[in-house]
Design a protein around this ligand. Structure first.
Ligand code: TD4
Ligand code: CA
Ligand code: ZN
Length: 304
């Protein structure tokens, strides 16, 4: 059941729960996401960045869109994450995406509005809904490093939403992309979130929401890897963010860490194995369990 992002997220906003938006780059992650969503009876957003679109290729993405439509027994959206141009937006909509993000937040304000508006007009004419971004989310994103987080200003957000007609908005409240997020415990600016929630009638998106599971990092490092441990958006912080009005919860790094740890463990502990299915299966199983857990924490389980 492939639907638009808006259809999923408006319900989430009204029901005060979060819906996970998970990044994928291959068939197995797609299998994991669909299995977890079906088993949890949870709506889900399956997303690919421009880098992932390039890696997978448009013909495969077309196929994946029809597979999602066939396999998902719950509302699922196929979403472009951090789209950089109208050109990419057009390409993925042709391939069957039902939701797109245009990320023009690094441009000046008026330019962000102009680019976003253009994408909104095009996407809406095709029945596709749109996410935009305002403020600066920290960390690396499409190879570009943002050192300073600039919080989204509530008054500006209101103006932006009114002038662009965007369907959901990514806000900056202290998170950053990648595996290295917080020194010490997670600290999100909930006062700003409360204000934005009060002033804006559309669903809000939290980027950089990975929890950075300690055991996944440990498993990588126990098996020949070298990844620094860090703090992310843990279950308690995420559930507070959701209860205060976040509707879409973006997660990618956790999947990368769990996948890498699981594969490393097989390769290290069973050096005789070279059957790819045996190498990948534990990663798939561990990821399903993790996704199901996060769905329970954000409250989307049973909502489909
Ligand atoms: O938007 N995202 C995912 C970003 C993925 C970047 O992928 P590329 O390397 O293809 O550009 C998030 O907000 C996820 O944040 P997280 O906390 O998981 O890092
Ligand atoms: Ca951005
Ligand atoms: Zn992001």
């Amino acid at each position: 059941m492939l639907v638009t992002g808006k259809e999923i997220l408006v319900k989430a906003r009204e029901g005060r729960y979060g819906v996970g938006a998970f990044n994928f780059v291959n068939m197995e992650i797609l299998q994991v996401l669909l299995q977890a969503a079906n088993e949890e009876r949870s709506p889900i957003i399956i997303q690919a960045t421009e880098g992932a679109v390039k890696y997978v290729g448009l013909p495969f993405l077309k196929g994946f869109a029809s597979i999602i439509n066939e396999v998902a027994q719950v509302p699922a959206a196929l979403h472009l994450d951090h789209g950089q141009s109208l050109d990419t937006v057009k390409k993925v909509i042709d391939a069957g995406f039902t939701s797109v993000m245009i990320d023009a937040s690094h441009h000046d304000y008026e330019e962000n509005i102009r680019i976003t508006k253009e994408v909104v007009e095009y996407a809406h004419s095709k029945g596709v809904t749109v996410e935009a971004e305002l403020g600066t989310i920290g960390g690396e994103e499409d190879g570009v490093e943002a050192k300073h987080i600039i919080y989204t200003e509530p008054e500006t957000a209101k103006d932006f939403v009114e002038r662009t007609g965007v369907d959901y908005l990514a806000i900056a409240i202290g998170t950053s992309h990648g595996a290295y997020k917080f020194q010490g415990e997670a600290k999100l600016n909930f006062e700003i979130l409360d204000k934005i929630k009060e002033m804006i009638p559309i669903p809000l998106v939290l980027h950089g929401a990975s929890s950075i599971p300690h055991d996944a990092v440990q498993r990588i490092n126990d098996n020949g890897g070298n990844v620094q441990d860090a703090h992310g958006v843990d279950d308690v912080t995420m559930s507070e963010a959701v209860s205060r009005g976040i509707s879409k919860v973006n997660t990618d790094s956790d999947l990368r860490l769990i996948w890498t740890g699981s594969v490393r463990e097989v390769l290290m502990k069973k050096p005789e194995v070279f059957d790819l299915r045996k190498i990948i299966s534990p990663a798939r199983e561990n990821l399903v369990n993790y996704i199901k857990h996060r769905m329970q924490v954000m409250g989307s389980s049973g909502k489909a």
